[in-house]
Write a protein that binds this ligand. Structure first.
Ligand code: UDP
Ligand code: MN
Length: 480
């Protein structure tokens, strides 16, 4: 046989060469795949990795329609493990026998299939079966018919989902009227309202039902843990409570009292709205929701006012945790046919019924809001009368004394304020040299910050440990 000379055919271009010497190539010279626009190296196990055009489409559509990454949601699928984010004091709790049963109500408008179903499955798998009467799923006329077919098909074929009752009202109702619709279908003792992009955590339900069993006028919410909309990472929420400003916008607030134990109810002037539990008959007695509120917004403040002022109470239960996808924008418009922002109009309805003379502060907070028409309020005023509700001044005094009343900043005593000013100075507004050092304390606890590697270590991580008058816990500002 004649040997054919090597004519170059077998020569591979450098980049495809199987180089035996490859292992000897210096690491820093190896090509590196990085995320676009960054120099962060791509992790091949990254759950959000876009591998082809279809992936890209799923991701882009998701951001457009749902304001989160549905590629990641799809890859996670129906179930996943999440961290048990409860404080250790919660772990050895026992719950009474014969807890009331729950009807879980989830309303949705245009949700990603996997996100929606994962919400439902998390409830089913992380609740004792005998405590779940039913899951009521209300499709608020989602635009995507394919989604609804997929959901219906899954409900029909998956036995684990037989606890779910699925409804589509005649017309788009908006969040508030959808919830009233769902509540009226419910048969359980307690209503548990949830958003459609949540994941219930371990033993989330029992603390809620226990507290309601103690008194039917106890309304409760879980701690709302944070699910990241870009990668669905699940993070614990710190202990905070709910408040609002004069524009009737909800906001989270730091706790006012030091928490002695991390497993006790935290009274909250307002609820965030998405997730809470309430005795079913009490919900009806107290006037459900105001059905005059459109699409989204204001109902959480309204029901919080009603609960507190009309004889109930509202607490956050730190041992009950449910994750919620916090999005950067709401992926649907909330203006009505007249082009009026429903959020402002809803706020006006709430303010008119509940704020009394304090409504002037609401009018100054949202310019022009008084020119909107709130619609007929007769029934809501009658309800307030019938339930013999207390007025807003009572609420301000007993429930939310921290809300600053414009023009009344001095109400806490001017003298005390002056003294305070002399004593403390904000650390970032340095007008004189600091000669003192301070502890940095996590307010609701008796824990202080200290460097893991000890005093004077540079670049050390920090940790929380019991506050001590020690050098490692002394912090002071330096020039850099
Ligand atoms: N929703 C609804 N109908 C609407 C608008 C919203 O059923 O017209 C649902 C939505 O799918 C979600 C819940 O109401 O499950 C709360 O809405 P969203 O999550 O947008 O509010 P956020 O959490 O941002 O306050
Ligand atoms: Mn939500």
């Amino acid at each position: 046989k004649v040997e054919t000379p090597n004519d170059g055919k077998n020569k591979k271009a450098f980049m495809f060469r199987e180089d035996e010497e490859e292992s000897k190539v210096r690491d820093d010279l190896k090509p590196k795949l990085v995320y676009r626009g960054t120099d962060k190296e791509i992790d091949p196990n990254d759950i959000g990795l876009v591998k082809n055009a279809e992936d890209k489409r799923v991701m882009d559509e998701g951001y457009k329609n749902f304001a989160y990454n549905s590629l990641v949601s799809k890859r996670i699928g129906f179930h996943r493990e999440i961290n048990d984010t409860r404080h250790q004091h919660c772990l050895d709790k026992t719950f009474p026998e014969n807890l009331p049963t729950a009807s879980v109500i989830i309303c949705f408008y245009n949700e990603d299939f996997y996100t929606l179903l994962r919400s439902v499955f998390s409830v089913i798998r992380r609740s004792p079966p005998d405590l779940i009467k039913e899951i009521i799923l209300v499709n608020d006329h989602s635009d995507d018919k394919e989604l609804i077919e997929k959901v219906e098909n899954e409900l029909e074929t998956n036995l684990e989902l037989s606890i779910v009752r699925f409804f589509t009202p005649e017309e788009r109702l908006g969040l508030i009227r959808s919830r009233i619709f769902g509540a009226r279908k419910a048969l359980g003792d307690v209503l548990v309202f949830l958003d459609s992009h949540i994941e219930a955590n371990v033993e989330w339900l029992q603390p809620l039902l226990t507290r309601i069993k103690e008194s039917r006028t106890n309304v409760v919410t879980p701690v709302i843990d944070v699910i990241n909309p870009d990668n669905f990472g699940y993070k614990p929420s710190p202990l905070v409570r709910g408040g609002f400003n004069w524009g009737m916008n909800f906001k989270w607030e730091g706790l006012t009292k030091r928490v002695e134990r991390f497993d006790e109810p935290i009274p909250s002037p307002a609820m965030a709205g998405g997730l809470f539990a309430m005795d079913r008959e009490y919900f009806t007695e107290l006037g459900e929701y105001d059905p005059g509120l459109d699409i989204w917004g204001g109902e959480n403040i309204e029901i919080s006012f009603r609960i507190w002022m009309c004889g109930g109470r509202l607490d956050i239960l730190p041992c009950s945790r449910v994750g919620h996808v916090f999005r950067k924008r709401r992926p649907y418009t909330s203006t009505d046919e007249r082009g009026v922002d429903t959020q402002d109009r809803n706020a006006l309805r709430v303010a008119r019924v509940w704020l009394g003379d304090h409504i002037k502060h609401f009018y100054s907070a949202i310019t022009g809001v008084e020119t909107l028409s709130p619609g007929d309020l007769t029934e809501r005023f009658e309800l307030k009368e019938k339930l013999k509700c207390k007025d807003f001044s009572w609420y301000l005094n007993y429930v939310y004394p921290e809300l600053e009343i414009p023009g009344m900043e001095e109400r806490k005593g001017a003298k005390e304020k002056v003294e305070k000013l002399n004593k403390y100075e904000r650390w970032d507004q340095r007008s004189r040299n600091y000669t003192r050092s301070f502890q940095i304390k996590y307010a609701p606890s008796s824990l202080c910050l200290e460097p893991i590697d000890g005093v004077g270590s540079k670049g050390s991580f920090v940790k929380l440990s019991s506050c001590l008058r020690s050098k490692k816990q002394s912090w002071y500002q330096t020039d850099r």
